[in-house]
Design a protein around this ligand. Structure first.
Ligand code: M6R
Length: 609
Protein backbone atom coordinates (compact mmCIF):
# COMPACT_ATOMS: atom_id res chain seq x y z
CA UNK A 1 0.00 0.00 0.00
CA UNK A 2 1.66 3.21 -1.18
CA UNK A 3 0.50 6.79 -1.52
CA UNK A 4 0.26 8.57 -4.87
CA UNK A 5 -0.27 12.25 -5.60
CA UNK A 6 -0.29 14.04 -8.96
CA UNK A 7 -0.77 17.75 -9.58
CA UNK A 8 -1.55 19.97 -12.56
CA UNK A 9 -2.16 23.66 -11.99
CA UNK A 10 -0.77 27.10 -11.20
CA UNK A 11 0.91 26.27 -7.86
CA UNK A 12 4.37 24.84 -7.39
CA UNK A 13 3.72 21.14 -7.92
CA UNK A 14 6.39 20.18 -5.38
CA UNK A 15 4.46 21.98 -2.59
CA UNK A 16 1.20 20.23 -3.43
CA UNK A 17 2.87 16.85 -3.87
CA UNK A 18 4.81 16.99 -0.60
CA UNK A 19 1.77 18.29 1.31
CA UNK A 20 -0.41 15.56 -0.18
CA UNK A 21 2.13 12.83 0.45
CA UNK A 22 2.38 13.93 4.09
CA UNK A 23 -1.36 13.28 4.36
CA UNK A 24 -0.84 9.84 2.82
CA UNK A 25 2.21 8.82 4.78
CA UNK A 26 0.01 6.45 6.78
CA UNK A 27 -0.08 4.34 3.59
CA UNK A 28 3.66 3.76 3.56
CA UNK A 29 6.84 5.43 4.61
CA UNK A 30 10.00 3.61 3.61
CA UNK A 31 10.97 6.00 0.80
CA UNK A 32 9.47 8.82 -1.23
CA UNK A 33 9.97 10.66 -4.49
CA UNK A 34 8.58 13.16 -6.97
CA UNK A 35 8.85 13.75 -10.71
CA UNK A 36 8.30 17.37 -11.77
CA UNK A 37 7.90 18.66 -15.29
CA UNK A 38 10.76 21.16 -15.31
CA UNK A 39 11.89 23.32 -18.20
CA UNK A 40 14.58 20.84 -19.17
CA UNK A 41 12.35 17.73 -18.99
CA UNK A 42 11.21 15.38 -16.23
CA UNK A 43 13.18 15.92 -13.00
CA UNK A 44 13.06 13.00 -10.57
CA UNK A 45 14.08 13.35 -6.92
CA UNK A 46 13.90 10.33 -4.59
CA UNK A 47 15.04 9.65 -1.07
CA UNK A 48 15.17 6.64 1.21
CA UNK A 49 13.32 6.93 4.51
CA UNK A 50 10.52 9.17 5.65
CA UNK A 51 9.09 11.99 3.59
CA UNK A 52 11.00 14.54 5.61
CA UNK A 53 14.21 13.38 3.91
CA UNK A 54 12.74 14.21 0.51
CA UNK A 55 11.25 17.51 1.69
CA UNK A 56 14.67 18.56 3.02
CA UNK A 57 16.31 18.05 -0.37
CA UNK A 58 13.59 19.88 -2.25
CA UNK A 59 13.70 22.75 0.21
CA UNK A 60 17.40 23.24 -0.35
CA UNK A 61 17.25 22.63 -4.12
CA UNK A 62 13.74 23.56 -5.30
CA UNK A 63 12.40 22.01 -8.50
CA UNK A 64 10.07 24.60 -10.05
CA UNK A 65 7.12 23.47 -12.17
CA UNK A 66 3.36 23.24 -12.05
CA UNK A 67 2.93 19.57 -13.04
CA UNK A 68 4.21 16.48 -11.29
CA UNK A 69 3.66 13.15 -9.59
CA UNK A 70 4.78 11.96 -6.17
CA UNK A 71 4.87 8.77 -4.17
CA UNK A 72 5.40 7.52 -0.65
CA UNK A 73 6.32 3.85 -0.66
CA UNK A 74 5.37 0.77 1.27
CA UNK A 75 7.65 -1.76 -0.34
CA UNK A 76 6.19 -4.88 -1.92
CA UNK A 77 8.90 -5.82 -4.43
CA UNK A 78 12.46 -4.87 -3.68
CA UNK A 79 13.87 -3.62 -0.41
CA UNK A 80 13.46 -0.01 0.62
CA UNK A 81 16.24 1.92 -1.18
CA UNK A 82 16.65 5.01 -3.32
CA UNK A 83 16.86 2.88 -6.50
CA UNK A 84 13.58 1.17 -5.66
CA UNK A 85 11.81 4.38 -4.63
CA UNK A 86 9.26 5.79 -7.07
CA UNK A 87 8.93 7.51 -9.54
CA UNK A 88 10.50 5.06 -11.97
CA UNK A 89 11.68 6.21 -15.38
CA UNK A 90 11.92 4.57 -18.79
CA UNK A 91 15.19 4.21 -20.74
CA UNK A 92 15.03 7.77 -22.08
CA UNK A 93 14.24 9.43 -18.77
CA UNK A 94 11.35 11.26 -20.48
CA UNK A 95 8.64 9.14 -18.85
CA UNK A 96 8.09 8.75 -15.10
CA UNK A 97 5.63 6.53 -13.27
CA UNK A 98 4.30 6.15 -9.72
CA UNK A 99 2.38 3.03 -8.76
CA UNK A 100 0.43 1.55 -5.90
CA UNK A 101 -0.48 -2.14 -6.09
CA UNK A 102 1.15 -5.37 -7.18
CA UNK A 103 1.94 -6.37 -10.76
CA UNK A 104 1.81 -10.14 -10.70
CA UNK A 105 3.33 -10.80 -14.11
CA UNK A 106 6.23 -8.38 -13.73
CA UNK A 107 8.87 -11.11 -13.99
CA UNK A 108 7.77 -12.14 -17.46
CA UNK A 109 7.31 -8.50 -18.50
CA UNK A 110 10.83 -7.67 -17.27
CA UNK A 111 12.23 -10.54 -19.32
CA UNK A 112 10.31 -9.45 -22.39
CA UNK A 113 11.45 -5.83 -22.01
CA UNK A 114 15.06 -6.81 -21.36
CA UNK A 115 15.02 -9.01 -24.46
CA UNK A 116 14.01 -6.01 -26.56
CA UNK A 117 16.83 -3.86 -25.22
CA UNK A 118 15.24 -2.07 -22.26
CA UNK A 119 17.50 -1.53 -19.29
CA UNK A 120 15.71 -1.94 -15.96
CA UNK A 121 17.47 -0.47 -12.98
CA UNK A 122 15.36 -1.35 -9.94
CA UNK A 123 14.09 -4.49 -8.23
CA UNK A 124 10.49 -3.29 -8.39
CA UNK A 125 7.47 -4.58 -10.23
CA UNK A 126 6.57 -0.96 -11.09
CA UNK A 127 9.47 -0.18 -13.38
CA UNK A 128 8.04 -2.37 -16.15
CA UNK A 129 5.19 0.13 -16.49
CA UNK A 130 7.53 2.98 -17.45
CA UNK A 131 9.22 0.81 -20.08
CA UNK A 132 5.95 -0.53 -21.47
CA UNK A 133 4.63 3.01 -21.86
CA UNK A 134 7.89 3.87 -23.64
CA UNK A 135 7.45 0.96 -26.03
CA UNK A 136 3.79 1.73 -26.81
CA UNK A 137 4.13 5.51 -27.06
CA UNK A 138 3.50 7.00 -30.49
CA UNK A 139 2.48 10.51 -29.49
CA UNK A 140 -0.67 9.82 -27.42
CA UNK A 141 0.24 9.26 -23.75
CA UNK A 142 -3.22 8.11 -22.60
CA UNK A 143 -3.32 5.58 -25.45
CA UNK A 144 0.12 4.25 -24.48
CA UNK A 145 -0.99 3.90 -20.85
CA UNK A 146 -4.18 2.12 -21.96
CA UNK A 147 -2.15 -0.39 -23.98
CA UNK A 148 0.25 -0.79 -21.06
CA UNK A 149 -2.38 -1.55 -18.44
CA UNK A 150 -3.93 -4.13 -20.75
CA UNK A 151 -0.67 -6.07 -20.32
CA UNK A 152 -0.71 -5.98 -16.50
CA UNK A 153 -2.02 -8.73 -14.25
CA UNK A 154 -2.66 -7.66 -10.69
CA UNK A 155 -3.60 -4.39 -9.08
CA UNK A 156 -2.50 -0.86 -9.84
CA UNK A 157 -3.13 2.81 -9.35
CA UNK A 158 -0.82 4.73 -11.66
CA UNK A 159 0.31 8.28 -12.25
CA UNK A 160 2.31 8.82 -15.45
CA UNK A 161 4.05 11.89 -16.91
CA UNK A 162 5.91 12.34 -20.21
CA UNK A 163 8.23 15.17 -21.23
CA UNK A 164 6.30 15.54 -24.50
CA UNK A 165 3.15 16.39 -22.50
CA UNK A 166 4.34 18.97 -19.97
CA UNK A 167 0.79 19.97 -18.96
CA UNK A 168 -0.65 16.54 -18.29
CA UNK A 169 -0.74 13.71 -15.77
CA UNK A 170 -2.28 10.43 -16.92
CA UNK A 171 -3.86 8.29 -14.20
CA UNK A 172 -5.23 4.73 -14.31
CA UNK A 173 -6.46 2.17 -11.82
CA UNK A 174 -7.56 -1.38 -11.18
CA UNK A 175 -8.20 -2.80 -7.70
CA UNK A 176 -6.20 0.01 -6.03
CA UNK A 177 -7.83 3.27 -5.00
CA UNK A 178 -7.42 6.47 -7.02
CA UNK A 179 -9.39 9.69 -6.96
CA UNK A 180 -9.04 13.07 -8.64
CA UNK A 181 -9.69 16.25 -6.68
CA UNK A 182 -11.37 18.78 -8.99
CA UNK A 183 -10.18 22.31 -8.23
CA UNK A 184 -10.59 25.73 -9.88
CA UNK A 185 -8.04 25.67 -12.69
CA UNK A 186 -6.15 22.84 -11.02
CA UNK A 187 -6.63 19.10 -10.49
CA UNK A 188 -5.02 16.71 -8.04
CA UNK A 189 -4.72 12.94 -8.46
CA UNK A 190 -4.42 10.99 -5.20
CA UNK A 191 -4.69 7.58 -3.60
CA UNK A 192 -6.96 8.97 -0.95
CA UNK A 193 -9.08 11.98 -0.13
CA UNK A 194 -6.92 13.59 2.61
CA UNK A 195 -4.34 14.55 -0.03
CA UNK A 196 -6.78 16.81 -1.89
CA UNK A 197 -8.90 18.31 0.91
CA UNK A 198 -6.75 21.41 1.29
CA UNK A 199 -7.67 22.39 -2.28
CA UNK A 200 -11.11 20.98 -3.01
CA UNK A 201 -13.97 18.89 -1.73
CA UNK A 202 -15.15 17.87 -5.21
CA UNK A 203 -13.81 14.50 -6.16
CA UNK A 204 -13.95 12.24 -9.21
CA UNK A 205 -13.71 8.57 -8.30
CA UNK A 206 -11.79 6.68 -10.96
CA UNK A 207 -13.14 3.18 -11.56
CA UNK A 208 -11.35 -0.03 -12.51
CA UNK A 209 -9.92 -0.04 -16.04
CA UNK A 210 -10.49 3.68 -16.50
CA UNK A 211 -7.70 5.97 -17.71
CA UNK A 212 -7.86 9.71 -16.97
CA UNK A 213 -6.02 12.48 -18.79
CA UNK A 214 -5.67 15.24 -16.22
CA UNK A 215 -4.78 18.80 -17.16
CA UNK A 216 -5.32 22.03 -15.22
CA UNK A 217 -8.62 22.83 -16.93
CA UNK A 218 -10.18 19.40 -17.44
CA UNK A 219 -10.21 15.72 -16.69
CA UNK A 220 -11.06 13.32 -19.52
CA UNK A 221 -11.86 9.78 -18.42
CA UNK A 222 -11.74 6.89 -20.90
CA UNK A 223 -12.63 3.25 -20.51
CA UNK A 224 -10.36 0.36 -21.42
CA UNK A 225 -11.31 0.58 -25.08
CA UNK A 226 -10.50 4.29 -25.29
CA UNK A 227 -14.12 5.51 -25.30
CA UNK A 228 -14.76 8.68 -23.30
CA UNK A 229 -16.79 7.99 -20.15
CA UNK A 230 -19.65 10.51 -20.24
CA UNK A 231 -20.68 10.22 -16.59
CA UNK A 232 -17.69 9.52 -14.34
CA UNK A 233 -18.55 9.12 -10.65
CA UNK A 234 -18.44 12.46 -8.82
CA UNK A 235 -18.80 13.05 -5.10
CA UNK A 236 -18.63 15.90 -2.61
CA UNK A 237 -16.66 15.20 0.54
CA UNK A 238 -17.95 16.57 3.81
CA UNK A 239 -15.51 14.87 6.22
CA UNK A 240 -12.99 16.91 8.12
CA UNK A 241 -9.31 16.17 7.61
CA UNK A 242 -8.93 13.92 10.65
CA UNK A 243 -11.87 11.78 9.55
CA UNK A 244 -10.57 11.74 5.99
CA UNK A 245 -7.19 10.36 7.07
CA UNK A 246 -9.06 7.52 8.63
CA UNK A 247 -11.10 7.08 5.47
CA UNK A 248 -14.17 8.46 7.22
CA UNK A 249 -13.88 5.92 10.06
CA UNK A 250 -13.65 7.00 13.68
CA UNK A 251 -10.39 5.20 14.32
CA UNK A 252 -7.61 3.46 12.44
CA UNK A 253 -8.60 0.19 14.08
CA UNK A 254 -12.10 0.33 12.63
CA UNK A 255 -10.72 1.34 9.24
CA UNK A 256 -8.29 -1.57 9.35
CA UNK A 257 -11.04 -4.02 10.29
CA UNK A 258 -12.90 -2.85 7.19
CA UNK A 259 -9.77 -3.16 5.05
CA UNK A 260 -9.59 -6.89 5.68
CA UNK A 261 -11.25 -8.03 2.44
CA UNK A 262 -8.61 -6.12 0.48
CA UNK A 263 -5.75 -7.29 2.72
CA UNK A 264 -6.76 -10.93 2.30
CA UNK A 265 -7.39 -10.56 -1.44
CA UNK A 266 -3.98 -8.95 -1.97
CA UNK A 267 -2.26 -11.63 0.08
CA UNK A 268 -3.88 -14.40 -1.97
CA UNK A 269 -3.30 -12.60 -5.27
CA UNK A 270 -1.26 -14.53 -7.81
CA UNK A 271 -0.82 -17.59 -5.61
CA UNK A 272 -2.62 -20.06 -7.87
CA UNK A 273 -0.87 -20.82 -11.13
CA UNK A 274 -2.66 -21.66 -14.35
CA UNK A 275 -1.30 -25.20 -14.01
CA UNK A 276 -3.14 -25.62 -10.69
CA UNK A 277 0.12 -25.34 -8.72
CA UNK A 278 0.28 -23.06 -5.70
CA UNK A 279 2.88 -20.37 -6.42
CA UNK A 280 5.22 -19.94 -3.47
CA UNK A 281 8.68 -19.45 -4.89
CA UNK A 282 9.63 -17.77 -1.58
CA UNK A 283 9.85 -21.24 -0.08
CA UNK A 284 12.82 -21.81 -2.38
CA UNK A 285 12.76 -25.57 -1.81
CA UNK A 286 12.70 -28.46 -4.24
CA UNK A 287 9.87 -31.01 -3.91
CA UNK A 288 12.54 -33.40 -2.54
CA UNK A 289 13.50 -30.91 0.17
CA UNK A 290 9.86 -30.42 1.10
CA UNK A 291 9.32 -34.15 1.23
CA UNK A 292 12.25 -34.38 3.61
CA UNK A 293 10.61 -31.99 6.09
CA UNK A 294 9.55 -34.11 9.01
CA UNK A 295 8.40 -31.33 11.30
CA UNK A 296 7.25 -27.74 11.19
CA UNK A 297 7.95 -25.42 14.10
CA UNK A 298 6.09 -22.13 14.25
CA UNK A 299 7.37 -19.32 16.43
CA UNK A 300 5.59 -16.02 17.03
CA UNK A 301 4.23 -13.68 19.71
CA UNK A 302 0.78 -12.33 20.58
CA UNK A 303 -1.68 -12.21 17.73
CA UNK A 304 0.87 -13.73 15.35
CA UNK A 305 1.12 -16.70 17.71
CA UNK A 306 -2.62 -17.22 17.34
CA UNK A 307 -2.19 -17.24 13.55
CA UNK A 308 0.46 -19.91 14.12
CA UNK A 309 -2.02 -21.99 16.09
CA UNK A 310 -4.48 -21.79 13.22
CA UNK A 311 -1.68 -22.92 10.89
CA UNK A 312 -1.04 -26.01 13.00
CA UNK A 313 -4.52 -27.28 12.15
CA UNK A 314 -4.13 -26.43 8.46
CA UNK A 315 -0.71 -27.95 7.93
CA UNK A 316 -1.39 -31.09 9.95
CA UNK A 317 -4.75 -31.66 8.29
CA UNK A 318 -3.70 -30.94 4.72
CA UNK A 319 0.01 -31.77 4.54
CA UNK A 320 0.11 -34.35 7.35
CA UNK A 321 3.30 -32.85 8.76
CA UNK A 322 3.45 -32.58 12.56
CA UNK A 323 3.51 -28.95 13.69
CA UNK A 324 4.63 -27.43 16.97
CA UNK A 325 3.73 -23.85 17.81
CA UNK A 326 5.51 -21.94 20.50
CA UNK A 327 5.75 -18.35 21.69
CA UNK A 328 9.14 -17.05 20.63
CA UNK A 329 10.15 -15.97 24.13
CA UNK A 330 9.93 -19.60 25.30
CA UNK A 331 11.36 -21.19 22.19
CA UNK A 332 14.57 -19.20 22.32
CA UNK A 333 15.49 -20.32 25.84
CA UNK A 334 14.19 -23.88 25.77
CA UNK A 335 16.91 -25.79 23.93
CA UNK A 336 14.34 -26.72 21.24
CA UNK A 337 14.72 -29.84 19.13
CA UNK A 338 15.09 -28.52 15.60
CA UNK A 339 17.46 -29.65 12.88
CA UNK A 340 17.94 -29.48 9.13
CA UNK A 341 14.76 -31.47 8.52
CA UNK A 342 12.68 -28.97 10.45
CA UNK A 343 11.00 -26.07 8.69
CA UNK A 344 10.70 -23.15 11.08
CA UNK A 345 8.06 -20.54 10.28
CA UNK A 346 8.49 -17.22 12.06
CA UNK A 347 5.33 -15.10 12.01
CA UNK A 348 5.67 -11.41 12.80
CA UNK A 349 3.64 -8.64 11.21
CA UNK A 350 6.23 -5.97 12.08
CA UNK A 351 9.25 -8.14 11.34
CA UNK A 352 10.95 -6.46 14.29
CA UNK A 353 9.79 -8.39 17.35
CA UNK A 354 12.92 -9.04 19.42
CA UNK A 355 11.90 -12.46 20.75
CA UNK A 356 10.91 -13.76 17.32
CA UNK A 357 14.15 -12.51 15.79
CA UNK A 358 16.11 -14.27 18.53
CA UNK A 359 14.12 -17.44 17.84
CA UNK A 360 14.97 -17.18 14.13
CA UNK A 361 18.69 -16.97 14.94
CA UNK A 362 18.43 -19.88 17.37
CA UNK A 363 16.66 -22.05 14.78
CA UNK A 364 19.13 -21.26 12.01
CA UNK A 365 22.08 -22.00 14.25
CA UNK A 366 20.60 -25.45 14.73
CA UNK A 367 20.43 -25.99 10.98
CA UNK A 368 16.73 -25.40 10.39
CA UNK A 369 15.46 -23.56 7.34
CA UNK A 370 13.53 -20.48 8.45
CA UNK A 371 10.68 -18.90 6.51
CA UNK A 372 9.34 -15.59 7.79
CA UNK A 373 5.79 -14.36 7.32
CA UNK A 374 5.72 -10.60 7.68
CA UNK A 375 3.90 -7.50 6.51
CA UNK A 376 6.92 -5.22 6.33
CA UNK A 377 9.30 -5.43 3.40
CA UNK A 378 12.89 -4.90 4.44
CA UNK A 379 12.17 -5.48 8.13
CA UNK A 380 14.83 -7.29 10.15
CA UNK A 381 13.19 -10.68 9.96
CA UNK A 382 13.45 -10.54 6.16
CA UNK A 383 17.21 -10.13 6.42
CA UNK A 384 17.66 -12.88 8.95
CA UNK A 385 15.48 -15.62 7.40
CA UNK A 386 16.06 -18.00 4.50
CA UNK A 387 12.82 -17.01 2.77
CA UNK A 388 10.00 -14.52 3.25
CA UNK A 389 6.29 -14.72 2.51
CA UNK A 390 4.73 -11.28 2.57
CA UNK A 391 1.24 -10.48 3.68
CA UNK A 392 -0.04 -7.53 1.69
CA UNK A 393 -2.19 -5.87 4.32
CA UNK A 394 -0.62 -2.40 3.99
CA UNK A 395 0.54 -0.51 7.04
CA UNK A 396 -1.40 -1.16 10.20
CA UNK A 397 -1.52 1.92 12.40
CA UNK A 398 -3.81 0.69 15.18
CA UNK A 399 -1.73 -1.06 17.83
CA UNK A 400 -4.20 -3.94 17.99
CA UNK A 401 -3.49 -6.30 15.12
CA UNK A 402 -6.58 -6.89 12.97
CA UNK A 403 -6.01 -6.95 9.21
CA UNK A 404 -2.47 -8.26 9.63
CA UNK A 405 -3.86 -11.25 11.58
CA UNK A 406 -6.36 -12.29 8.92
CA UNK A 407 -3.78 -11.64 6.19
CA UNK A 408 -1.33 -13.90 8.08
CA UNK A 409 -3.93 -16.63 8.16
CA UNK A 410 -4.48 -16.16 4.41
CA UNK A 411 -0.73 -16.56 3.81
CA UNK A 412 -0.69 -19.64 6.03
CA UNK A 413 -3.52 -21.23 4.03
CA UNK A 414 -1.33 -20.78 0.96
CA UNK A 415 1.69 -22.29 2.71
CA UNK A 416 -0.34 -25.25 3.96
CA UNK A 417 -1.72 -25.91 0.47
CA UNK A 418 1.77 -25.67 -1.00
CA UNK A 419 3.15 -28.16 1.50
CA UNK A 420 0.23 -30.50 0.84
CA UNK A 421 0.84 -30.31 -2.91
CA UNK A 422 4.53 -31.01 -2.45
CA UNK A 423 3.82 -33.93 -0.14
CA UNK A 424 1.06 -35.22 -2.37
CA UNK A 425 -1.37 -35.43 0.53
CA UNK A 426 -4.28 -33.67 -1.20
CA UNK A 427 -5.69 -34.54 -4.61
CA UNK A 428 -5.63 -31.90 -7.35
CA UNK A 429 -9.43 -31.70 -7.15
CA UNK A 430 -9.33 -31.07 -3.40
CA UNK A 431 -6.69 -28.33 -3.77
CA UNK A 432 -8.77 -26.72 -6.48
CA UNK A 433 -11.96 -26.75 -4.46
CA UNK A 434 -10.18 -25.45 -1.33
CA UNK A 435 -8.59 -22.69 -3.39
CA UNK A 436 -11.97 -21.69 -4.82
CA UNK A 437 -13.45 -21.48 -1.37
CA UNK A 438 -10.42 -19.62 -0.02
CA UNK A 439 -10.63 -17.08 -2.86
CA UNK A 440 -14.18 -16.37 -1.76
CA UNK A 441 -13.19 -15.53 1.84
CA UNK A 442 -12.72 -11.79 1.11
CA UNK A 443 -16.36 -11.72 -0.10
CA UNK A 444 -17.44 -13.58 3.02
CA UNK A 445 -15.70 -10.96 5.19
CA UNK A 446 -17.32 -8.21 3.15
CA UNK A 447 -20.72 -9.76 3.84
CA UNK A 448 -19.99 -9.83 7.59
CA UNK A 449 -18.92 -6.20 7.56
CA UNK A 450 -22.02 -5.18 5.62
CA UNK A 451 -24.36 -6.51 8.27
CA UNK A 452 -23.50 -5.28 11.75
CA UNK A 453 -27.06 -5.48 13.05
CA UNK A 454 -27.06 -6.49 16.66
CA UNK A 455 -23.32 -6.11 17.22
CA UNK A 456 -23.42 -2.65 18.77
CA UNK A 457 -26.45 -3.57 20.90
CA UNK A 458 -24.67 -6.70 22.07
CA UNK A 459 -21.54 -4.72 22.91
CA UNK A 460 -23.58 -2.14 24.82
CA UNK A 461 -24.87 -4.84 27.16
CA UNK A 462 -21.39 -5.91 28.28
CA UNK A 463 -19.70 -2.55 28.61
CA UNK A 464 -19.62 -2.81 32.38
CA UNK A 465 -18.26 -6.37 32.54
CA UNK A 466 -15.12 -6.89 34.63
CA UNK A 467 -14.23 -10.32 33.36
CA UNK A 468 -15.08 -12.55 30.41
CA UNK A 469 -14.42 -16.02 29.06
CA UNK A 470 -13.83 -17.01 25.44
CA UNK A 471 -14.34 -20.61 24.34
CA UNK A 472 -13.85 -22.62 21.19
CA UNK A 473 -12.86 -26.05 19.94
CA UNK A 474 -10.45 -27.08 17.21
CA UNK A 475 -9.69 -24.18 14.94
CA UNK A 476 -12.00 -22.15 17.19
CA UNK A 477 -9.48 -22.28 20.07
CA UNK A 478 -6.93 -19.83 18.60
CA UNK A 479 -9.81 -17.70 17.35
CA UNK A 480 -11.21 -17.56 20.89
CA UNK A 481 -7.71 -16.69 22.16
CA UNK A 482 -7.42 -13.88 19.64
CA UNK A 483 -10.91 -12.66 20.57
CA UNK A 484 -9.89 -12.55 24.24
CA UNK A 485 -6.63 -10.77 23.43
CA UNK A 486 -8.47 -8.12 21.41
CA UNK A 487 -10.98 -7.50 24.18
CA UNK A 488 -8.44 -7.25 26.98
CA UNK A 489 -5.95 -5.08 25.14
CA UNK A 490 -8.34 -2.40 23.94
CA UNK A 491 -11.14 -2.41 26.56
CA UNK A 492 -9.11 -3.45 29.63
CA UNK A 493 -11.76 -6.02 30.55
CA UNK A 494 -10.14 -9.19 31.80
CA UNK A 495 -10.62 -11.90 29.19
CA UNK A 496 -9.53 -15.49 29.40
CA UNK A 497 -9.66 -18.00 26.53
CA UNK A 498 -9.96 -21.74 26.90
CA UNK A 499 -10.51 -24.83 24.84
CA UNK A 500 -14.21 -25.35 25.52
CA UNK A 501 -13.74 -28.97 26.58
CA UNK A 502 -11.12 -27.96 29.15
CA UNK A 503 -13.28 -25.28 30.73
CA UNK A 504 -14.92 -27.64 33.22
CA UNK A 505 -11.49 -28.45 34.66
CA UNK A 506 -11.15 -25.10 36.37
CA UNK A 507 -12.36 -21.92 34.67
CA UNK A 508 -15.98 -22.93 35.20
CA UNK A 509 -15.46 -21.77 38.78
CA UNK A 510 -15.32 -18.22 37.45
CA UNK A 511 -18.77 -18.34 35.90
CA UNK A 512 -21.35 -15.95 37.31
CA UNK A 513 -24.11 -13.91 35.70
CA UNK A 514 -21.64 -11.05 35.45
CA UNK A 515 -19.15 -12.97 33.30
CA UNK A 516 -20.12 -12.96 29.62
CA UNK A 517 -18.97 -16.04 27.72
CA UNK A 518 -18.10 -15.62 24.06
CA UNK A 519 -18.21 -18.92 22.17
CA UNK A 520 -16.95 -19.76 18.70
CA UNK A 521 -19.84 -21.99 17.63
CA UNK A 522 -19.56 -22.10 13.85
CA UNK A 523 -20.53 -25.33 12.12
CA UNK A 524 -17.99 -28.11 12.36
CA UNK A 525 -17.44 -31.64 13.55
CA UNK A 526 -17.42 -30.59 17.22
CA UNK A 527 -20.45 -28.32 17.00
CA UNK A 528 -22.61 -30.51 19.25
CA UNK A 529 -19.81 -30.64 21.82
CA UNK A 530 -19.58 -26.87 21.78
CA UNK A 531 -23.33 -26.64 22.37
CA UNK A 532 -22.93 -28.97 25.39
CA UNK A 533 -20.21 -26.71 26.77
CA UNK A 534 -22.50 -23.73 26.30
CA UNK A 535 -25.15 -25.52 28.30
CA UNK A 536 -22.68 -26.24 31.09
CA UNK A 537 -21.83 -22.57 31.57
CA UNK A 538 -25.37 -21.43 30.98
CA UNK A 539 -26.56 -23.68 33.76
CA UNK A 540 -24.30 -21.62 36.02
CA UNK A 541 -25.90 -18.34 34.97
CA UNK A 542 -23.55 -17.27 32.19
CA UNK A 543 -24.69 -15.00 29.38
CA UNK A 544 -23.65 -16.39 26.02
CA UNK A 545 -22.51 -14.50 22.95
CA UNK A 546 -22.18 -17.07 20.18
CA UNK A 547 -20.39 -16.61 16.88
CA UNK A 548 -22.45 -18.92 14.68
CA UNK A 549 -23.26 -19.72 11.10
CA UNK A 550 -26.19 -18.18 9.21
CA UNK A 551 -29.05 -20.65 9.12
CA UNK A 552 -28.13 -22.29 12.44
CA UNK A 553 -31.45 -21.87 14.24
CA UNK A 554 -30.61 -24.20 17.07
CA UNK A 555 -28.01 -21.83 18.51
CA UNK A 556 -30.61 -19.16 19.26
CA UNK A 557 -31.98 -21.46 21.99
CA UNK A 558 -28.60 -21.49 23.73
CA UNK A 559 -27.33 -17.95 23.45
CA UNK A 560 -28.43 -14.47 24.48
CA UNK A 561 -26.72 -12.99 21.42
CA UNK A 562 -25.75 -14.58 18.13
CA UNK A 563 -23.18 -12.93 15.86
CA UNK A 564 -23.68 -14.46 12.43
CA UNK A 565 -21.11 -15.39 9.80
CA UNK A 566 -21.70 -17.02 6.40
CA UNK A 567 -21.20 -20.77 6.20
CA UNK A 568 -17.79 -22.01 5.12
CA UNK A 569 -16.09 -25.34 5.47
CA UNK A 570 -14.78 -25.78 9.01
CA UNK A 571 -11.12 -25.35 8.19
CA UNK A 572 -11.82 -22.07 6.40
CA UNK A 573 -13.94 -20.63 9.21
CA UNK A 574 -10.99 -19.06 11.06
CA UNK A 575 -11.07 -15.71 9.28
CA UNK A 576 -14.87 -15.23 9.23
CA UNK A 577 -15.19 -16.16 12.92
CA UNK A 578 -12.50 -13.62 13.83
CA UNK A 579 -14.22 -10.58 12.37
CA UNK A 580 -17.31 -10.31 14.64
CA UNK A 581 -15.06 -10.70 17.67
CA UNK A 582 -12.82 -7.85 16.53
CA UNK A 583 -15.91 -5.67 16.15
CA UNK A 584 -17.35 -6.75 19.49
CA UNK A 585 -14.14 -5.75 21.26
CA UNK A 586 -14.02 -2.52 19.31
CA UNK A 587 -17.55 -1.44 20.22
CA UNK A 588 -17.17 -2.45 23.87
CA UNK A 589 -13.91 -0.49 24.11
CA UNK A 590 -15.45 2.54 22.42
CA UNK A 591 -18.45 2.45 24.74
CA UNK A 592 -15.98 2.45 27.66
CA UNK A 593 -14.29 5.54 26.22
CA UNK A 594 -10.99 3.77 25.49
CA UNK A 595 -8.43 4.87 22.94
CA UNK A 596 -8.57 1.83 20.69
CA UNK A 597 -5.73 2.92 18.40
CA UNK A 598 -3.22 3.40 21.21
CA UNK A 599 -4.14 1.21 24.15
CA UNK A 600 -2.29 1.85 27.37
CA UNK A 601 1.11 0.22 27.92
CA UNK A 602 1.25 -1.32 24.43
CA UNK A 603 3.51 -0.68 21.44
CA UNK A 604 3.04 -1.59 17.80
CA UNK A 605 6.34 -3.40 17.58
CA UNK A 606 8.02 -4.87 20.62
CA UNK A 607 11.71 -4.53 19.91
CA UNK A 608 12.88 -5.39 23.42
CA UNK A 609 12.92 -8.74 25.18
O1 M6R B 1 4.87 -7.66 14.99
P1 M6R B 1 4.51 -8.98 15.59
O2 M6R B 1 3.46 -9.70 14.85
O3 M6R B 1 5.72 -9.84 15.82
O4 M6R B 1 3.94 -8.60 17.01
C1 M6R B 1 3.65 -9.59 17.95
C2 M6R B 1 2.75 -9.05 19.04
O5 M6R B 1 3.39 -8.03 19.74
C3 M6R B 1 1.45 -8.51 18.45
O6 M6R B 1 0.82 -9.49 17.69
C4 M6R B 1 0.49 -8.05 19.53
O7 M6R B 1 0.09 -9.12 20.31
C5 M6R B 1 -0.70 -7.39 18.85
N1 M6R B 1 -0.42 -6.00 18.58
C6 M6R B 1 -1.94 -7.48 19.63
O8 M6R B 1 -3.01 -6.94 18.94
Amino acid sequence: MCGIVGYVGPRQASDVLLGGLARLEYRGYDSAGVAIMAEDGVRVVRRLGKLVNLSGVIESEPVPGGVGIGHTRWATHGRPSEENAHPHADCTGRIAVVHNGIIENYVELREELAATGHVLRSETDTEVVAHLVESYYTGDLAAAVTRTVARLDGSYALGVVHADHPDTVVAARKDSPLIIGLGEGENIVASDIPAVLEYTRDVLVLHDDQVATVSAGEVVVRDGSGEVVADPELMRVDWDLDAAEKGGYEDFMLKEIFEQPTAIRETLRGRMGEDGEIQLSELDMTPEQVTAIDRVFIIACGTSYHAGMVAKTLIEQWARIPVEVEVSSEFRYRDPIVDDETLVVAITQSGETADTLAGVREARERGAKVIAITNVVGSRVTRESDGVIYTHAGPEIGVAATKTFTAQIAALYVLALKLAQAKGTLSDERVESLWLELSNIPDVVEAILADLDGLKECAAEYTAACSSLFLGRGIGVPIAMEGALKLKEISYIHAEAYAAGEMKHGPIALITEEVPVVVVATQGHTYEKVVSNIQEVRARGAHIIAVATHGDDEITRHAEHVLRVPATSEVLSAIPATVPMQLLSYYIAKARGCNVDQPRNLAKSVTVE
